[in-house]
Design a protein around this ligand. Structure first.
Ligand SMILES: C[S@@+](CC[C@H](N)C(=O)[O-])C[C@H]1O[C@@H](n2cnc3c(N)ncnc32)[C@H](O)[C@@H]1O
Length: 210
């Protein structure tokens, strides 16, 4: 199996906008992202959006029971191939292989409503167009059960700093994304976790819609 870093950097450079990160997430960030995942006496259904090389996937797999289901939704073909291989070769994932389903498509194209107890999103919203951010957040709202929890992360300081470092169309994009995320977090954020031990340091947003 190719090394995680090799696969990550080959793709990070070729797909800068959609990968949107300079390193795979640390175990500290992964831990914060799944902090709220708990069993409550019934099988769990979990969506991980943008698993990349799987730093969150491994942690989720360590938590799930035999009745639970994990959907991985990943846009990038190389990451999809890497994840398939990882599920075959990593014993912690392999024992859940029949419960893990990979969807090779943009998360916007997932269908259904009230399906998931948890959505763990690794998508780099700060790289996206405002309409795309709105579309994905609306999709998460539809896919999550009313009592479900969404976690997503962003690099600390990016949104406050970027307007000063950009101009023209890019500045307008950054400001529009900031305003969408502020409004969303103002309505739904229940907890914010500061994760210094990640490259770069990050903030995890824990959101609920009710
Ligand atoms: C910031 S990387 C995070 C990867 C990994 N979760 C981590 O923390 O290291 C973002 C991931 O989201 C994927 N991605 C970007 N846009 C997507 C979309 N619309 N639907 C599904 N996956 C997407 C990228 O291919 C990439 O794997």
């Amino acid at each position: 199996m190719a090394s995680t870093l090799k696969v990550f950097y080959q793709n990070a450079f070729h797909h800068l906008k959609t990968t949107g990160s300079i390193a795979p997430s640390s175990r500290f960030l992964a831990q914060a992202m799944i902090k709220h995942v708990k069993h409550q006496g019934k099988p769990l259904c979990i969506l991980e959006a943008g698993p990349g090389t799987g730093p969150f996937t491994k942690r989720i797999a360590a938590l799930i029971d035999e009745q639970d289901h994990l959907d991985l939704c990943e846009l990038n073909e190389q990451f999809v191939e890497y994840l398939k291989q990882m599920i075959q070769e990593n014993p912690k994932l392999n024992r859940h292989k029949t419960q893990i389903e990979i969807h090779h498509k943009p998360v916007q194209e997932l269908t259904g409503e009230n399906r998931y107890d948890y959505i763990i999103s690794g998508l780099p919203f700060n790289n996206f167009e405002p309409e795309q951010v709105r579309e994905i957040l609306d999709k998460y709202k539809r896919l999550l059960k009313p009592e479900g929890t969404l976690s997503f992360f962003e690099y600390a300081g990016i949104r406050p700093l970027k307007p000063f470092l950009t101009h023209g169309r890019e500045k307008a994009r950054v400001k529009a994304v900031d305003s969408i995320l502020r409004e969303f977090l103002g309505q739904y954020e229940k907890e914010r976790i500061w994760v210094p031990w990640n490259l770069p340091p990050s903030i995890v947003h824990i959101c609920r819609f009710q």
